[in-house]
Ligand binder design. Structure first.
Ligand SMILES: *Cc1c(COP(=O)(O)O)cnc(C)c1O
Length: 394
């Protein structure tokens, strides 16, 4: 087997070569998509002694697959974990993590700005079927977590930066608090990707990415991953993925491996464009406020510098006007298309609060008129001129 450790120092080498064993597939530079549902064994003992962590032994496609394993090894290396698991969606990864970290009657502390469907899972299914209670905090200071975390708390759910108003949590401080109470820290790291932030190094226990965003990178795949630093926790997650059945398909895993190859160069461009766009918006007379952690005016800029190496292409802003004017502006854009999701090549615009009541908006932060944009790869000047023309319409 080739010596893989030489790739581990550099995230680009991990994306290009780590976890791949060319000699096993005729030295093809791209790994095959193993579309098999099962693998066969020489003897029954071989079958019964099969180890789910062995990279060279496979049994059944819901348990593990060689193409999926290449993706997982790369993610684990990029996140400095002992292992990673890939799922059919970000939500499959998230729900498997919650069901592994929690038990009936567990207490969870979650930030208000966590991904909406995950909050719905906690307050809906988990509450109804497992009597799991969740307290929500804004999460800008560790003191807010201290007010709710007790020895009954099993899980703290973070997303830093959050993907609408881009609030940050102090990952190291919250992780120390969690450890003192025997709780696990789960963090959605989709916004930063492993290139710009490594939460396991800061004390978090479970890192989640929806690979539907930057890791896929081309808006052609749905998937998710979890990375962890503890072998015991990894084993429990492996068991639960097998039981819940959420493994990603080999074709999707292959697309994610392909996405990873260019992720870092794409991110550098997304960030450079988003920074220019944020600066343009910040000085525009029709814009009241810009939410982007890369701007020195961001209230948590110092914390950002401490735990992140960069920011990606997603940002929000509030126009100096009501939601109807923001909607008109969004519909006047030509290059930015109206759509949810982000992380692909294309620029997108969305008004996530347009139909919420004022009270919910206040709790989440950001008014009804907040506009979220994803800065794609169409070119900085073209995107700024698109925004300039649309802002001139209101
Ligand atoms: C899209 C998204 C998810 C959910 O991922 P899916 O792959 O759609 O299930 C979770 N977290 C964040 C921050 C997201 O943007």
């Amino acid at each position: 087997m080739s010596d893989q450790s030489r790739y581990l120092k550099d995230s680009r080498l991990i994306a290009e070569h780590y976890g791949e064993e060319y000699e096993h597939y005729y030295n093809a530079i791209v790994p095959p998509i193993f579309m098999n549902s099962l693998n066969v064994f020489e003897t029954l003992d071989d079958y019964y002694d099969f180890d789910r962590r062995d990279k060279h032994k496979y049994c059944y496609g819901r348990v593990q697959n060689p193409t999926v394993r290449i993706l997982e090894d790369k993610i684990a290396a990029l996140e400095h974990g002992v292992g990673a698991l890939a799922f059919a969606s970000g939500m499959a990864a998230a729900t498997t993590a919650v069901l592994t970290a929690c038990r009936a009657g567990s207490h969870v502390v979650c930030i208000h700005n966590a991904y909406g469907p995950l909050k719905d899972f906690l307050t809906g299914y988990c509450r109804e079927h497992m009597n799991i209670t969740t307290d929500f905090v804004k999460g800008n200071t560790v003191g807010e977590f201290e007010a709710y975390v007790t020895d009954r708390t099993d899980l703290i759910v973070l997303e830093s930066p959050s993907s609408l108003i881009f609030s940050l949590q102090d990952i190291r401080a919250v992780s120390e608090l969690a450890r003192a109470h025997g709780a696990l820290v789960y963090i959605d790291n989709t916004y930063c990707t492993p290139i710009y932030q490594n939460p396991l190094d800061l004390g978090a226990d479970i890192v989640m990415h929806t690979t539907s965003k930057y890791i896929g990178g081309h808006s052609d795949v749905i998937g998710g991953v979890l990375a962890v630093k503890d072998e015991e926790l990894l084993k429990r997650l492996i068991t639960n993925r097998e039981l819940l059945g959420g493994i990603v398909g080999p074709m999707e895993a292959w697309l994610m491996i392909r996405g990873l190859r260019t992720m870092e160069v794409r991110l550098v461009q997304h960030e450079a464009t988003a920074m220019k766009v944020a600066e343009f918006l910040e000085q525009h007379p029709k814009v009241r406020k810009v939410y982007y952690p890369g701007l020195p005016s961001h209230p948590q800029y110092e914390l950002m510098k401490k735990q992140q190496r960069g920011n990606s292409g997603l940002l929000s802003f509030e126009i100096d006007g009501i939601a109807e004017q923001a909607a008109k502006m969004a519909e006047s854009l030509k290059i930015f298309k109206i759509g949810v999701s982000w992380g692909g090549f294309e620029s997108l615009v969305f008004l996530p609060h347009m139909r919420l009541d004022e009270e919910t908006c206040t709790r989440l932060g950001g008014g009804k008129n907040i506009v979220r944009i994803h800065c794609g790869l169409e070119g900085t000047d073209a995107l700024i001129s698109d925004l300039e023309s649309a802002l001139a319409e209101i």
